[in-house]
Ligand binder design. Sequence first.
Ligand code: PAF
Length: 283
Amino acid sequence: MKVIKNVLQMQRIALKHLKDDDEIGLVPTMGALHDGHISLFLKSKKNDDVTIVSIFVNPVQFGPDEDYLKYPRPIKKDLEICKKNHVDYVFMPSVNDMFSQNHRTFTEVKTMQDILCGHFRPIHFRGVATVIVKLFNISYANRAYFGMKDFQQLKIIEKMTKDLNFRTKIISCPIVREKNGLALSSRNSYLSVDERNASVNISKILKEAMQDFKHKDLVSVKKNTLDKLQRIINSKIDYAEVVNFNDLSIADKNTKKAVFVVAIWIGKTRLIDNIVMTKQSTK
Ligand code: PAF
């Protein structure tokens, strides 16, 4: 495994692999790696000749009052995890190398970036889309891997990739959960024991919503779910919404494949989760 800290060097290495007809897989991360990330590495190891994992806590996707400075950065442990999982390259650029003082170019995915999390984190998805464009241009990836936990992020990146004609194929990967249902997230490390116990209810409630959606009407599913989420101790809901699987538009009674997406504060930690829901066939 090679650790590359320089943009030009990573680009040169990737270009060489491209010329050798190697298929390149990119797993973009912000580090604090967990089993969710590892599931992406393993998928790339299966599909690609070369796996590049980027570890970069991207400053332009954090708002001024967000947790950029306190975001966990367990570099040594992360590198051990990458090595153990036979990652070929870990790309760990500095902030200055990725975003010079004079950086002026940003990528926006209109409308999709402004709803749900975007409503509460106005510059977030512009920052994500911009760093992903840069990582695509640095890695020449044939495939890039994203977890479905960040469902809005996944849909925005899919749309951006299509709109901007990138050759990179977006591979979406299922949410990895603890045995108790809690979706894995680097931010789970902020939770106290009590908060963790409270957080477990989110996935339980979403699972019930998924069951209900099969045969109950959307309005009652939404209302019951919201009622239950509001009863979680020490919680504050940013949003709890049902959207179309394909394009994040608000679901209606005709929607066959929907996603219940939620963002909830448990104490001082903001957690997101979602579940895909399909109607029971009447045939
Ligand atoms: O999901 C993340 O960890 C980040 O948003 C990403 C995709 C690595 C971009 O910084």
